[in-house]
Design a protein around this ligand. Structure first.
Ligand SMILES: Nc1ncnc2c1ncn2[C@@H]1O[C@H](COP(=O)(O)OP(=O)(O)OP(=O)(O)O)[C@@H](O)[C@H]1O
Ligand SMILES: [Mg+2]
Length: 248
């Protein structure tokens, strides 16, 4: 579904991606892991065209990601941003229904609200939060509203940037199950960035580790524990000692 070939991106003198090659099969759940600041969010933004790579090729479903009809391209994606990125001036349900209220097939307000309330329910939020503003919610609730917005328009491909960070363990489990469910039941292709190893095991079909600008290791989640890769081993066990320096 998504193929990256030799993707490079630098910001000034800082090289972030230096030749990322990765394929994500359709209908599978890919989890990207890697240290803070290694370029995971940048990688995701490159696929969406929010950040333009310096070099390399990215294609989605066989079509080049750049050029073409941007609206039609973006309509295939749902995205949960790392910081939730809700619109402060809109209520919760208006945030969730944002995409549904735009474009050619836009839904009337009452129908859009109904979809929003249903999506909120799926992420563990009751109808009483629908008319609140983001500032009236806790951080974890805002994250779940971001998730509800990502799934609202039933996209084919969903990106989740740190979906469980800041959630309590039970709610993290609910969100992991939800991600697994939308991949299995709705045939969605999902790409999730996370630091949470229990999330990796709950969500992933395949895992890819980004390190030093390239994919250090990729494979099925079942092979992660016997990869023999010292970088991956250090990361999944959270060891301070190993080939990855703690100060970057
Ligand atoms: N728009 C930008 N302009 C300049 N530098 C940027 C920009 N976006 C990201 N960077 C830099 O690129 C590097 C990678 O950032 P990125 O957000 O992808 O990290 P990450 O792997 O997602 O980290 P974390 O796990 O902490 O979220 C960082 O050094 C960051 O400062
Ligand atoms: Mg990030």
């Amino acid at each position: 579904m998504i193929a990256l070939h030799d993707v490079h991106k630098a910001f000034g003198a800082k090289r972030v991606l230096s030749g990322v090659t990765l394929e994500m099969p359709k209908g599978e759940s890919m989890v990207i892991i890697g240290g803070s600041g290694t370029g995971k969010s940048v990688l995701l933004k490159c696929i969406l065209g929010l950040v333009v790579p310096d070099r390399g090729r990215i294609s989605v479903d066989g079509q080049p990601a750049e050029g073409g009809d941007r609206d039609a391209f973006l309509a295939r994606f749902g995205m949960l941003f790392q910081g939730a990125a809700l619109f402060d001036s809109m209520t919760v349900w208006e945030n969730v229904a944002f995409r549904l209220r735009r474009g050619r097939d836009k839904l009337p307000r009452p129908a859009a609200r109904e979809v929003a309330v249903e999506k909120l329910r799926r992420v563990g939020l009751g109808p009483e939060v629908a008319d609140l503003y983001p500032a009236e919610l806790s951080g974890g609730m805002q994250k779940r509203v971001g998730l509800a917005r990502a799934i609202a328009a039933d996209p084919e491909i969903i990106f989740f940037d740190e979906p469980t960070t800041g959630l309590d363990p039970i709610m993290a489990g609910v969100i992991n199950d939800l991600i697994r469910e939308i991949v299995t039941e709705m045939g969605v292709t999902a790409m999730t960035i996370t630091h949470d190893m229990s999330s990796v095991r709950a969500i992933a079909d395949r895992v890819a580790m980004l390190h030093d600008g390239v994919i250090q290791w990729t494979g099925p989640v079942g092979e992660m524990d016997r990869s023999g890769d010292p970088y991956l081993d250090q990361f999944i066990h959270g060891r301070a000692d190993g080939p990855i320096a703690a100060v970057r």
